[in-house]
Design a protein around this ligand. Structure first.
Ligand code: F6P
Length: 354
């Protein structure tokens, strides 16, 4: 009998999600003759009446969708249905009503933890696909969306450099990445930054200032500084913004660094907070490629009845590992990361390493 499978995107959106939904649909329908159902807005689509679920057809993907940012299924990064028992019971009950053989969940480390809990409790066959611009899913070299985010941040540095040089300024670029410095480090190297600040390595304002003064003394009139959003003030305190809805979010470290450096060096500083353009951009070829490989592999795992697995990218190929080895854990940078050595070798200040 033809199988019915479900798919949902959970957590913050990123580039490449439509490409992975496409790959799952094409593989399921073309190879196995299955029916694919897209659950809308993460698990929220299972809480509405009627359920917010659509059948996905191959013809839905014969146009522009794989090239687009965002997710046609919608997503949700607020709340955890396991905070309220009645919500998680309702989600499981409604999922079972759909008569689905398995669920493919596309999410970051936080979403995987929630989805693992939900599928274990409901006895649901589950396969995960990692996506997050933060690239912090462990045992996985590349998450969907990360490459595009690094590209956007690199492009931003490309655009900041000429204006920095024209006005003899130190430009600070604040990038996303949650508690990991992957976007900052990679874009910083690729975009020719002079200073890269990441949450994993402490820094000193005095050292940054000396570095900028050295650049100046060598005859260059401008500098580029990349700072990851969860870098703290020099005294270790977090920099956050309280929004009108009462939520506290990361943000503001760029302004702090700009102000402090300006006070010490007299340099004119300007701050760019890159924000959600890192998420909504058109996916790079690499993100589309990984998304395609992940989608096909996830469907093949279901065909082989291999569940509670997450597909990952390791050594230039797609493979899979047990979800227990991933969910709720996260991958940050180590001081010994080879790219930290590269940055240092290029004369970039990356914090107080020794
Ligand atoms: O986890 C992805 C991410 O984009 C982080 O880099 C960032 O801190 C956060 O999500 C922003 O979330 P929101 O969309 O709720 O502002």
């Amino acid at each position: 009998m033809s199988k019915r499978i479900g798919i949902l995107t959970s957590g913050g959106d990123c580039a490449g999600l439509n490409a992975v939904i496409r790959a799952v649909t094409l593989r399921s329908v073309n190879k196995y003759g299955w029916h694919v159902f897209g659950i809308k807005d993460g698990t929220l689509g299972l809480m509405t009446n009627p359920l917010n679920v659509i059948e996905l057809k191959t013809k839905d993907f014969d146009g522009h969708l794989m090239r687009m940012g965002g997710t046609l299924l919608g997503s949700n990064n607020k709340g955890n249905p396991f905070d309220k028992k009645q919500d998680s019971d309702k989600i499981i009950k409604n999922f079972n009503k759909l008569g689905l053989h398995a669920l493919i969940g596309i999410g970051g480390d936080g979403s995987m933890k929630i989805l693992q809990k939900f599928t274990k409790k409901g006895g649901i066959n589950f396969v995960g696909i990692p996506k997050t611009i933060d690239n912090d899913v462990i045992n996985n070299e590349l998450s969907i969306g990360y490459d595009t985010a690094v590209d956007v941040a690199t492009n931003a540095l490309d655009m900041l450099q000429p204006t920095a040089a024209s006005h003899r300024r130190a430009m600070i670029l604040e990038v996303m990445g949650r508690d990991a410095g992957h976007i900052a480090l990679n874009a910083g190297i690729a975009g020719g930054a002079d200073v890269i600040l990441i949450p994993e390595i402490p820094y000193s304002l005095k050292s940054i200032s000396s570095h900028i003064e050295k650049i100046r003394s060598e005859g260059r009139n401008h500098a580029l500084i990349v700072v990851a959003e969860s870098v703290r003030r020099e005294n270790g305190s977090r920099v956050t913004v309280k929004f009108v809805d009462g939520q506290v979010r990361l943000g503001g470290i760029g302004t702090y660094i700009g102000d402090e450096i300006s006070k010490i060096t007299n340099a004119e500083t300007r701050v760019t907070v890159l924000g959600h353009v890192q998420r909504g951009a058109q996916p790079t070829h690499r993100d589309r490629l990984i998304a395609s490989a992940f989608g096909v592999h996830a469907v093949d795992l279901i065909a082989q009845e291999k569940f509670n697995r997450i597909v990952v990218w390791q050594k230039r190929r797609v493979t899979d590992v047990a979800l227990d080895n991933i969910a709720g854990k996260s991958k940050t940078l180590s001081k010994c990361d080879p790219l930290i050595n590269v940055a240092q070798a290029l004369g970039i200040y990356v914090g107080e390493i020794n």
